[in-house]
Design a protein around this ligand. Structure first.
Ligand code: SAM
Length: 261
C-alpha cells in the first residue's frame, strides 16, 4: 500500500491504521528496538515503575492499544517482583488482531499464560463495547504509543474515564514535542530519514513507518494534551510527582497522568 498521510481523510484513518499495524505486526518489536535504539524499553520501564502497580494491593488494569503486550508484561512483572502480587490483572485491548496474536504468542512463554492475569481483546479505543468493558471497572488505564493513532483523542479519553473507577488512574506514554531547538532539529533529521529507511531495510515497508513518523508530528503538545485530559474529567497536576506531565529525553516522549474524579 502506498499513501500520503496528509491527504488521508479522517474517516478512513482507522482502516489505514489497521493496515499499517497489520503490515508491521511481525516486525514491530524488532523495528521498535532498531528505530529507538532500544530506548523505548527504558521509557516503558520508567512509565510502568512510576505507576507502581501492585503497591496498594492487586489492581485491575486495562492496557489499550496494547499491541504485543509490552506494557502488560511490565505491569505484571512489576507487581510480582516488587510486591509478590499475583492477583493483579491486565486486559490488553487493540484494534488489530495481528498485533494481539503476536502478544498472545509471546505471553505463552511467560508464567502468566493461561491465568486470569492476562487476556487479549480486539476493540476500538474510541468505542469500547460497553457490555464487555463496563463503567467504573478498572484501577488503572494505560495507553502507550497508541493514542496518536486514534482519529479522536477526546473519544479515547471519554472511554478511559468511563471504564475507570472513581480514583482510578489514566496514564499515557506517547511521543511528544521536543523543547530544545538543537535536539529538536537532530531528532527531526533522524526520524524523517532514518526511520522510513530502517522500515525499508528491516521490514520492507517504508510507507507504514513514514506514516508513524508523521503521526508523531501531528500530536498535540504537552500542555494541549494535558488540557484535553482535564476536559475529559481527570485531575492532573499536584497529585503527581513531576507535575501534570513528565518529559522523557527532552520531550521526545512524555508521560501524562490523570485521576478520575
Ligand atoms: N502499546 C504497545 C507498545 O507500546 O508497544 C503498542 C503500540 S503500537 C505503536 C500502537 C498500537 O495501537 C497498535 O497495536 C495499533 O493496532 C493500536 N491502535 C491503533 N488505533 C487503535 C484504536 N483506535 N483502538 C485500539 N488500538 C488501536
Amino acid at each position: 500500500t502506498s499513501f500520503g498521510y496528509k491527504t488521508v481523510p479522517e474517516e478512513s484513518k482507522e482502516s489505514l491504521v489497521k493496515n499499517v499495524f497489520d503490515s508491521v505486526a511481525s516486525s514491530y518489536d524488532l523495528m521498535n528496538d532498531a528505530s529507538s535504539l532500544g530506548v523505548h524499553r527504558l521509557w516503558k520501564d520508567t512509565f510502568v515503575s512510576g505507576l507502581k502497580p501492585g503497591r496498594k494491593g492487586a489492581v485491575r488494569c486495562i492496557d489499550v492499544a496494547g499491541g504485543t503486550g509490552d506494557i502488560a508484561l511490565r505491569i505484571l512483572d512489576h507487581a510480582r517482583e516488587n510486591y509478590a502480587d499475583r492477583e493483579s490483572s491486565v486486559e490488553v485491548v487493540d484494534i488489530n488482531a495481528q498485533m494481539l496474536k503476536e502478544g498472545f504468542r509471546r505471553f505463552k512463554k511467560t508464567m502468566y499464560h493461561n491465568t486470569p492475569q492476562i487476556s487479549f481483546h480486539e476493540a476500538n479505543a474510541q468505542a469500547l463495547p460497553e457490555a464487555q468493558f463496563t463503567d467504573n471497572t478498572y484501577d488503572l488505564y494505560t495507553i502507550a504509543f497508541g493514542i496518536r493513532n486514534c482519529t479522536s483523542i477526546p473519544a479515547v479519553l471519554k472511554e478511559a474515564h468511563r471504564v475507570l473507577k472513581p480514583g482510578g488512574t489514566f496514564a499515557c506514554l506517547e511521543f511528544s514535542k521536543v523543547n530544545n531547538p538543537l535536539l529538536s532539529s537532530l531528532y527531526d533529521q533522524y526520524s524523517f530519514s532514518m526511520i522510513p529507511l530502517l522500515g525499508t531495510i528491516l521490514a520492507g515497508d517504508r510507507d507504514s513507518y513514514q506514516y508513524l513518523v508523521e503521526s508523531i508530528r501531528k500530536f498535540p503538545s504537552q500542555p494541549d494534551f494535558c488540557k484535553m485530559i482535564q476536559e475529559a474529567g481527570f485531575a492532573t497536576g499536584e497529585e503527581h510527582d513531576g507535575g501534570a506531565w513528565t518529559d522523557l529525553w527532552g520531550g521526545i516522549a512524555c508521560v501524562h497522568k490523570g485521576v478520575k474524579v
